[in-house]
Design a protein around this ligand. Structure first.
Ligand code: PGA
Length: 248
């Protein structure tokens, strides 16, 4: 049985004081859940979030990192730096990074490797655009993205990788993929992983759905055979909504 994982992605939202009070509230609400609860917060919230989340079952993640350990990369943060704070997870290759910051599959692969090297667990995002879906190439797009993101990793490393299927047209738009479509897409990602790493890996790897997950649709999405939880943007900013999704 794969564990259910609910990860919030705050994006560029929440000041440290807001992060602290959010995490304090959420910690009580989700005290008893067996699901893995992760909050991926802005860099500037990491320190306070980690302190506040100590001795709770909320895990803290970052939303991005650089692939080099140190050097002349003004404005960047390395995996080693994240690890030194006690960060556990990091989102890699979110579609907003691919779209606005021109992250390629090659960069996503380098960051995934660097995260693992620093003992961070990458949440690797893949997903097709609306245009790609409309021309019927969505499966090819997401399986290729998956293959390239994970290229060169070994089976053992895959145990610490989470994949998130996030159709770009469903992110922040209020449009959710139907649970059947999301499940099919995630099955095709699992098949690709089976081809590249074997059946044991494809059956144990956690694959999330993301894109307008909210309290009203989370239960149905998370009950599908291949969907192991969600990567939640907008609804992770409201503590009551996020609680409902976690407990769904
Ligand atoms: P959304 O974002 O839930 O606001 O659609 C999801 C994401 O970008 O991870």
């Amino acid at each position: 049985m794969r564990k259910k994982v609910i990860a919030g992605n705050w994006k560029m939202n929440m000041l440290p004081n807001e992060a602290i009070s959010f995490i304090e509230k959420l910690a009580h609400m989700v005290e008893k859940t067996e699901n893995e609860v992760i909050l991926c917060v802005p860099y500037t919230d990491l320190f306070y979030s980690l302190l506040t989340a100590q001795n709770t079952n909320i895990k803290i993640g970052a939303q991005n990192m650089h692939w080099e350990e140190k050097g002349a990369y003004t404005g960047e943060i390395s995996g080693k730096m994240l690890k030194s704070l006690g960060v556990e997870y990091v989102i890699i290759g979110h579609s907003e990074r691919r779209q606005y910051f021109l992250e390629t599959d090659e960069i996503v692969n380098k960051k995934t490797k660097a995260a693992l090297k620093n003992e961070l667990k990458p949440i690797v995002c893949v997903g097709e655009t609306l245009e790609q879906r409309e021309t019927g190439i969505q499966e090819q797009v997401i399986t290729t993205q998956t293959k390239l993101a994970l290229e060169g990793l070994d089976k053992e490393q895959l145990q610490n990788v989470i994949v998130a299927y996030e159709p770009v047209w469903a992110i922040g738009t209020g449009k959710t993929a139907t649970s059947e479509d999301a499940n099919e897409a995630i099955k095709s990602i699992r098949n690709q992983i089976e081809k590249d790493f074997g059946r044991d890996v494809s059956e144990s790897i956690i694959i999330l759905y993301g894109g307008s997950v909210k309290p009203e649709n989370s239960k149905e999405l998370f009950s599908m055979s291949d969907i192991d939880g969600g990567l939640v943007g907008g609804a992770s900013l409201k503590v009551d909504d996020f609680e409902k999704i976690i407990l769904a």
